[in-house]
Design a protein around this ligand. Structure first.
Ligand code: SAM
Ligand code: SF4
Length: 319
């Protein structure tokens, strides 16, 4: 359905857990407490939400987290979501570490595509930024996705000044022989962690500066990224620039956190209690979603005087 600004809202991002087997320094501080099990959306509640959403025109579901693959029963959940009438696409954002063991079953269950997060190609830096991760697992996941033709395979790189801006060309070079889309994402001012926005934010213009060969592709403002390629390279580069070039006028999404709160904007602190609505049977889910869509703001307020940083860290939202 359309919101007040004529945007067709048809994409629902559901965080299925706030737990994660990594502790990325810009996302989840070490020893962060997790929500109580009783506060988390159950499989049945997630399915009820998706069913309600499908009735008002949502057709794409992204499962995220925390790390979605640590949720018990995630494969069955994918398959049940995919079976709901009107849901054309079920996709996932993951750190990729547990993917090699589960990818074939996930594909069989109906998972269409995967976005993998990978902020450095250096194994030592990778271990540091993720709080102990092994880069080989992620590289294996990318190869598996390519072999299974779960295209396009997207690799998300959060650009951080002084951490990985010296690897921009290495990431671009990945697209030479591999049919992957490397998407540089600007660091966002969300929550509290070791990589404060003020110190580590770098505009995506840096990517264009370091690689003048990047050529903007036609019709390239698809979803949130603007796409480029280096002529004759197999893959593409995407720039997701919520800070330097916001894309709010084409925002088509709602977010549900793993504790059942609905967010109409990633960069706002407004949250609507969908969990309470379901558990106390307050109103039909479709009505709750419709009312929330009508309250979706025109744009975020980053760069404006009255901007207030989002309190939740990203692992408690889903990205
Ligand atoms: N664990 C999964 C993963 O890492 O892909 C899914 C959840 S994670 C919160 C989703 C995305 O948010 C990841 O690509 C991560 O890099 C990104 N992210 C986390 N904190 C961020 C921040 N402060 N600014 C920009 N992106 C962030
Ligand atoms: Fe976990 Fe993803 Fe956050 Fe890293 S970015 S700590 S993998 S939720």
């Amino acid at each position: 359905m359309q919101d007040r600004y004529n945007r067709e809202i048809n994409y629902l991002r559901i965080s299925v857990t706030d737990k994660c087997n990594f502790n990325c320094r810009y996302c989840k501080p070490d020893n962060s407490p997790s929500f109580l099990e009783s506060k988390l959306l159950t499989d049945d509640e997630i399915l009820k939400i998706v069913l309600g959403a499908s009735k008002i025109g949502f057709n794409k579901i992204r499962l995220t987290g925390g790390e979605p693959l640590v949720r018990h029963g995630i494969i069955e959940l994918v398959s049940k979501i995919k079976a709901i009438d009107g849901i054309n696409e079920v996709v996932m954002t993951t750190n990729g570490s547990l993917l090699p063991r589960k990818i074939k079953e996930l594909k069989k269950a109906g998972l269409d595509r995967v976005n993998i997060s990978l902020d450095t190609l250096d194994p030592v830096k990778f271990k540091y930024i993720t709080g102990g991760g092994n880069i080989l697992d992620i590289l294996e996941s990318i190869e598996n996705l390519l072999l299974l033709e779960m295209n396009p395979v997207k690799i998300n790189v959060v650009l951080m000044k002084g951490f990985n801006d010296n690897e921009i060309m290495d990431f671009i070079n990945l697209t030479k022989d591999k049919e992957v889309i490397v998407r540089f994402i600007e660091l966002m001012p969300i929550g509290s962690h070791e990589f404060p926005f003020e110190k580590y934010y770098l505009s995506n213009n840096e990517v264009l500066k370091q690689c003048p060969e990047l050529t903007r592709l036609d019709n390239s403002h698809i979803e949130t990224a603007i796409y480029y390629n280096v002529p004759n390279y197999k893959g593409k580069i995407g720039l997701i620039s919520p800070i330097s070039n916001h894309f709010c006028n084409s925002c088509n999404r709602l977010r549900i956190t793993s504790d059942g709160l609905l967010k109409t904007c990633l960069h706002g602190n407004v949250e609507y209690d969908l969990l309470k609505c379901i558990r106390e049977d307050i109103e039909p889910i479709e009505d709750f979603l419709k009312n929330s869509i009508m309250l979706k703001p025109k744009s975020h307020k980053i760069n404006q005087k009255d901007f207030q940083k989002v309190d939740r860290n990203m692992y408690k939202i889903g990205g």
